[in-house]
Design a protein around this ligand. Structure first.
Ligand code: PMP
Length: 387
C-alpha cells in the first residue's frame, strides 16, 4: 500500500482524532480503579467524570444522565427494555422503524409480539403520521417506547425527530433515538429534539472503538434493568470496571466535536460537488434518499449495471475506501434492509454504493474518487446498457 489511501467510509468508522488518541494514551498511564478511594483511584474517577461532562454537553443533558457502555450496540440493547418506565408505568410495546441499525431492529429485550415495525417512505423518512397511526392502533392501556434513528447510516437521511417526539409524548410514550451517525455531524439539540434517550458511539466520532453511551434526556422515563450485573459502576446502571482510555478518548472527541459545525459545512459543499460531477458523468445515477435532509457527509449513489460488491473491490484497488449500501455488518453481502424498506428497485439496490466523507476529506480526494468512478462504474453501466 505505497500509494496514499483515500478513506470515504466515515459512517463505518471515523479516523481517530489526535485529541482522542492523546487523551486515551494519557489515560493508559492511570493505574488506579475509579471505585477506590485513594488518590490513584480518584485520578481515574476524575478522568471519567471529565469525559462524562463533555459527552453530556454534546448530548445537551446533565452529566448524571450519561451511562458509558461498550458502544452503541450495547447502548441500544440497554435502551430497548420493557422494564423501563414511562411516567412510572412499565413499557408494553416497542415501535421501531424499518431502517434502524440491526442492534435496534432485533428488538432488545422485548418479546416479538410486543414489537411493531414502522414503515418508511420512498425517501427513507419515517412519516410522523405513520407513527401516529401505529400508536393509535395499540390497545388503550399500552405504554409505548418508540425508537427512531436521528440519521441513517446507509443513506444519511435525517429523520423528523422533533415532530415524532411530540406525537409519541402526546400518546403517553417515550422516544429513544439512535444518534450514532448524527453525533458530531449535526447539532444534537435539533437532530434529537424531544428524544428521551439517545445512543452514541465513540468510533463514529473519532474516538477509539469499544466505547459509547446511553444518555437519558429529561425526566419522562427511567432506565429498566441493567444488561450487565455486578459492581455498582455507572450508578448501578452498567456494571464492570470502566474502559478508562476509551472513555477519556470519547470525552476528548466529544469536546472537539461540539466546536466544528464549520468543518461539516465545508464537507457539505464537497459532497454536493461530488454529486454534481456524478450527475454530469452518469446522468442516470440515482441518489438514494437524495430528495430530503441528509447528513452533510453521506452519499448513497446507485447506477444500474454496477455490482456494488465488485465496485467496492475496484475502488479499493484504486486506493479508495467506500462501502456497498449493505455492508454495515461485517462480511455480510446481501440486500440492504434499509433500501428494501424504501422500495428501491432491484437493479439500484444491487448497485448502491455508500460514500461517506470524513471531516478531513479534501477536494483532491473528492476528485480522485470521481476519477475512480469514471473508471469503475461508468464501464459497468455501459456493459449493462449494451447487453
Ligand atoms: N447504530 C448505528 C446507526 C450505527 O451506524 C452503528 C455502527 N454501524 C451502531 C448503531 C453500532 O455502534 P457500535 O459500533 O458502537 O456498536
Amino acid at each position: 500500500m505505497g500509494r496514499r489511501r483515500i478513506y470515504l467510509d466515515d459512517n463505518a468508522s471515523a479516523p481517530l482524532r489526535d485529541c482522542a488518541r492523546e487523551a486515551a494514551v494519557a489515560a493508559l498511564a492511570l493505574y488506579g480503579n475509579a471505585s477506590s478511594v485513594h488518590a490513584e483511584g480518584r485520578a481515574v474517577r476524575r478522568a471519567i467524570n471529565e469525559a462524562r461532562e463533555a459527552v453530556a454537553r454534546l448530548a445537551q443533558t446533565p452529566a448524571s444522565n450519561v451511562v458509558f457502555t461498550s458502544g452503541a450496540t450495547e447502548a441500544n440493547a440497554m435502551a430497548l427494555d420493557p422494564a423501563a418506565k414511562v411516567g412510572g408505568k412499565a413499557v408494553t410495546h416497542l415501535l421501531i422503524s424499518a431502517i434502524e441499525h440491526p442492534s435496534v431492529l432485533c428488538g432488545g429485550r422485548f418479546a416479538p409480539q410486543q414489537r411493531v415495525v414502522l414503515p418508511v417512505d420512498g425517501q427513507g423518512i419515517v412519516a410522523p403520521a405513520a407513527v401516529e397511526a401505529a400508536l393509535a392502533a395499540l390497545p388503550d392501556d399500552a405504554v409505548a417506547l418508540v425508537s427512531v434513528m436521528a440519521a441513517n447510516n446507509e443513506t444519511g437521511v435525517v429523520q423528523p425527530i422533533g415532530e415524532i417526539a411530540d406525537i409519541v409524548h402526546a400518546a403517553g410514550g417515550a422516544l429513544h433515538c439512535d444518534a450514532v451517525q448524527a453525533a458530531g455531524r449535526l447539532d444534537l439539540g435539533t437532530a434529537t429534539e424531544g428524544a428521551d434517550m439517545i445512543s452514541l458511539s465513540g468510533h463514529k466520532m473519532g474516538a477509539p472503538t469499544g466505547v459509547g453511551a446511553l444518555v437519558l434526556r429529561g425526566d419522562r422515563m427511567t432506565f429498566g434493568k441493567p444488561l450487565i450485573g455486578g459492581g455498582g459502576q455507572e450508578r448501578n446502571r452498567r456494571a464492570g470496571t470502566e474502559n478508562v482510555p476509551g472513555i477519556a478518548g470519547f470525552g476528548a472527541a466529544a469536546r472537539e466535536a461540539v466546536l466544528e459545525s464549520d468543518v461539516w459545512s465545508e464537507i457539505l459543499v464537497l459532497r454536493e460537488w461530488i454529486e454534481d460531477r456524478l450527475r454530469t458523468i452518469s446522468p442516470d445515477v440515482a441518489f438514494v434518499g437524495g430528495a430530503g435532509a441528509r447528513l452533510p457527509n453521506t452519499i448513497c449513489a446507485a447506477l444500474a449495471g454496477v455490482q456494488a460488491e465488485t465496485a467496492v473491490i475496484g475502488f479499493d484497488l484504486a486506493g479508495v475506501a467506500v462501502s456497498s449500501g449493505s455492508a454495515c455488518s461485517s462480511g455480510k453481502v446481501g440486500p440492504s434492509h434499509v433500501l428494501e424498506a424504501m422500495g428501491v428497485a432491484d437493479d439500484l439496490k444491487r448497485a448502491a454504493l455508500r460514500i461517506s466523507l470524513t471531516r478531513n476529506t479534501t477536494r483532491e480526494e473528492a476528485e480522485a474518487f470521481v476519477a475512480a468512478w469514471e473508471k469503475i462504474c461508468v464501464p459497468a453501466a455501459a456493459r449493462q446498457s449494451a447487453a
